[in-house]
Design a protein around this ligand. Structure first.
Ligand SMILES: Nc1ncnc2c1ncn2[C@@H]1O[C@H](COP(=O)(O)OP(=O)(O)OP(=O)(O)O)[C@@H](O)[C@H]1O
Ligand SMILES: [Mg+2]
Length: 268
């Protein structure tokens, strides 16, 4: 909402985080997920209603174990919901998706450029155009000069940059980021967050970011979704109307107020 206030569900309910205003690249409708384990049933998600519009940046914050990674895996089709429906692209074609995980998951025996081209290498041979694309993605994420290095020769932040570049290789319509910057030191993280905003602004893809950092969510997102502890439900949705680039408003009272409001919902 324009004033940054939350839309809050009734205690037993679930906020419907649909965004009706735009063409949708992905939509979860009443999605629940149960895992049957040796020690019993784990209800990870309960009745999630969430949509992501074309070109929109959505962030999800929520306590550890509330089902955020499960939601992301359902969104990219790696996992099936127990109940509810996942829909990609609405009336139009399903978007290409790129994913970057908390651990960089680069292959240690491949160079950075080969890791970035991995989606192509797995289909066969990479062409000269693919190598050019890998190099331009290295430039985009700030890794020029490191194309031929192995992951072990890069710092933690550089490896995360390479994993984001790999997620961008197929020119996705929807980029899924599962806490890719969680393990980085604060300064590196701030720099990568600012770079992520710039790349998103330049490239125009839709993005879903899962993060434990409220300020990172407010820095990047058009909407911040707050989830409850397990079983994960959506308890609040904040529309972030701060101007971009947000690097210029990080210290503003409005930024601080939004972070405080979101923190209160998380602590409920
Ligand atoms: N394959 C699985 N089998 C059984 N239980 C699972 C499986 N995957 C996830 N879970 C359980 O579902 C719940 C949600 O897990 P999930 O990894 O989605 O949480 P999360 O919000 O991403 O947590 P974190 O913030 O710590 O990454 C947890 O209780 C977890 O143990
Ligand atoms: Mg997780």
């Amino acid at each position: 909402m324009a004033d940054g206030t939350a839309r809050v569900a009734a205690p037993a309910g679930n906020v419907h985080a649909f965004n009706p205003g735009r063409a949708q690249v992905a939509r979860l409708d009443g999605v629940s997920k149960r895992f049957e384990t040796k020690s019993g049933t784990v209800q990870a998600l309960d009745g999630i209603r969430l949509s992501i519009g074309a070109g929109e940046f959505v962030a999800i914050v929520g306590p550890s174990g509330c089902g955020k990674s499960t939601l992301l895996r359902i969104l990219c089709g790696l996992e099936q919901p127990t109940e509810g429906k996942v829909d990609w692209g609405g009336e139009g074609p399903a978007p290409r998706m790129g994913v970057a995980f908390q651990e960089h998951r680069l292959l240690p025996w491949l160079s950075i450029e080969q890791n970035i081209m991995l989606p192509r290498l797995m289909q066969g041979r990479a062409t000269a155009a693919d190598v050019d694309r890998a190099h331009s993605l290295c430039k985009l994420v700030g890794l020029t000069g490191f194309e031929k290095r192995r992951p072990a020769e890069l710092s933690g932040g550089m490896k995360q940059r390479a994993s984001v570049a790999r997620a961008l290789f197929t020119d996705p319509g929807l980029l899924l980021l599962d806490e890719p910057f969680g393990a980085l030191d604060a300064l590196t993280r701030e720099q990568i967050t600012a770079d992520t905003e710039r790349i998103w602004t330049e490239q125009g893809f839709a993005a879903l970011l899962i993060t434990h950092s409220i300020s990172e969510a407010v820095h990047l997102a058009d909407r911040v979704i707050v989830m409850s502890a397990r079983p994960g439900r959506i308890v609040a949705e904040f529309r972030i109307d701060l101007p971009r680039p947000r690097t210029e408003v990080l210290g503003s009272p409005e930024f601080g107020r939004l972070c405080g409001d979101i923190r209160k919902k998380l602590e409920l």
